[in-house]
Design a protein around this ligand. Structure first.
Ligand code: UGA
Length: 449
């Protein structure tokens, strides 16, 4: 089938490449000429395991096309996927300007029937707005009854950064929101290569599909904030959240996934989607008490490591207690296996350290360039080439992301390198008792010592 994608970010590029890999003919349109030029040269704008070879192979075999020419894209695909960003507005609601711009572009150039698919995470009611936008432009181009037909489908994406390619190749569900049986048929044909072994396609009305996406992310964010709240309570009552996690995860109704406490969730999805659903609810006169609490707990949790640092160094008694001190920081991306820094807990921590006059020596296996881009050049941040060099001359170690490569460090070297034997671990990487035996002051999340 011939498919066009608008917006070649995480979702668009991964889904386009995976569809091309399955044999479809896919055209990727983006307004960023530099990005398109680089993709043609095999330079992939994001770090995502397994993505580079499928982009290169399918571009070489002519099943994947890259262009900034929107008119070409409109004429190319019978299915037109909108996968552009929906950044939060000042009030947290999703800004639809890029989505509606693509709808307008499609309507400006279409000469035959099109199925327009909302792949971006968009609030309930967006498909109606996309339809209205297309309708409005078509009305200016064609006499009444002469315009080509179109149908808008909601097809939310559930991939996770770091495992996006395999999530896309082996989806656990494919949600299709549509009120058109023709559109449903085409979507079923498109996804047939991924709908093997058992039925994964779930067809529903458009608004339910739009809400499904938010409900999924908000549920997952709720699980995390709930566990972080339990961890904070565990700490205060002298319990160990790791025991509690095992104790509750063994109940299949709760499950082991997404109940890891830590220094808060980040990324481009959870913070934005929780806020957007709060806004959607507010907009229709409903106050989402749970989601507001999920957000508030996460905000507090992102300051947790700095709270420990304040406590350890006695910042409340002496506001200059960490002024001039250097903190080694391991892990900058919002989670392992990505270079994405959006809403990363490391950013909140660094800001707090800088504000208190401290310096940071940071290392991340993938997010160094991104950190440089996000933070710029500053005297109080030094990016180091290895986790070991980040320790040199530092006063303490802080861990924000649980990269595999941090799990078995040379503790002897850590001790030798730091002026204080103290580790602030936002991802519970080590056993508190072992750390104590090794002579470390070890702060982690919700674990009694
Ligand atoms: C999330 C969802 O998991 C995907 O299903 C969804 O498709 C995607 O958003 C999206 O809307 O596009 P992603 O943002 O890649 O995927 O990241 P997650 O793996 O969900 O992690 C989010 C954050 O939660 C990370 O900061 C992670 O460290 C944190 N987390 C996760 C915890 O603190 N504890 C956990 O138990 C799990």
């Amino acid at each position: 089938m011939k498919v066009t994608f608008y917006g070649i970010g995480y979702v668009g590029l991964v889904q386009a490449a995976v569809l091309a890999d399955a044999g479809h003919d896919v055209c990727c349109v983006d307004i960023d000429q530099n990005k398109i030029d680089n993709l043609k040269k095999g330079i992939i704008p994001i770090y995502e395991p397994g993505l580079t070879p499928i982009v290169e192979d399918n571009y070489a075999s002519g099943r994947l096309h890259f262009t900034t020419d929107a008119e070409f894209g409109v004429n190319f695909g019978e299915l037109q996927f909108i996968a552009v960003g929906t950044p939060p507005d000042e009030d947290g609601s999703a800004d639809l300007k890029y989505v509606l711009k693509v709808a307008e572009t499609i309507a400006m150039h279409m000469t035959t029937s099109k199925i327009v698919v909302d792949k971006s995470t968009v609030p309930v009611g967006t498909a109606d707005k996309v339809s209205a936008q297309i309708e409005q432009v078509l009305n200016t181009r064609f006499d009444s009854g002469k315009a080509p037909t179109f149908s808008v489908v909601s097809n939310p994406e559930f991939l996770k950064e770091g495992s996006a390619v395999s999530d896309c190749k082996r989806p656990d569900r494919i949600v299709i929101g549509t009120d058109s049986s023709d559109a449903e048929d085409l979507m079923r044909e498109l996804y047939a290569p991924f709908n093997r072994n058992h039925e994964k396609i779930i067809v529903m009305d458009i608004k339910s599909a739009e809400l499904t996406k938010y409900a999924a992310n908000c549920m997952l964010a709720t699980k995390i904030s709930f566990m972080n709240e339990m961890a904070n309570i565990a700490e205060l009552v002298g319990a160990d959240i790791e025991n509690v996690r095992h104790g509750i995860g063994s109940d299949p109704r709760i499950g082991y996934q997404f109940i890891y406490p830590g220094c808060g969730y980040g990324g481009s999805c959870f913070p934005k989607d929780v806020q957007a659903l709060v806004q959607t609810a507010d907009g229709i006169g409903y106050e989402s008490q749970i989601l507001k609490a999920v957000e508030a707990v996460n905000f507090r949790q992102k300051h947790k490591l700095f709270e420990y640092i304040s406590k350890h160094f006695g910042l409340s008694e002496n506001p200059n207690a960490i002024k001039g001190k250097t903190f080694a920081l391991w892990g900058l991306s919002f989670k392992p296996n990505t270079d994405d820094m959006r809403a990363a807990s490391s950013l909140v921590l660094m800001e707090a350290l800088w504000k208190a006059g401290a310096k940071v020596q940071a290392y991340d296996p993938e997010a160094m360039e991104e950190t440089q881009r996000v933070c710029g050049n500053r005297a109080d941040l030094t990016l180091m080439g290895t986790k070991e060099s980040a320790l040199k001359g530092a006063d303490a170690l802080v861990i924000c992301t649980e990269w595999q490569n941090f799990r078995a460090p040379d503790f002897g070297l850590i001790k030798e390198s730091l002026s204080n034997s103290v580790i602030f671990d936002g991802r519970n990487m080590f056993e508190p008792l072992r750390m104590k035996k090794k002579g470390f002051d070890y702060y982690c999340i919700g674990r009694a010592l």
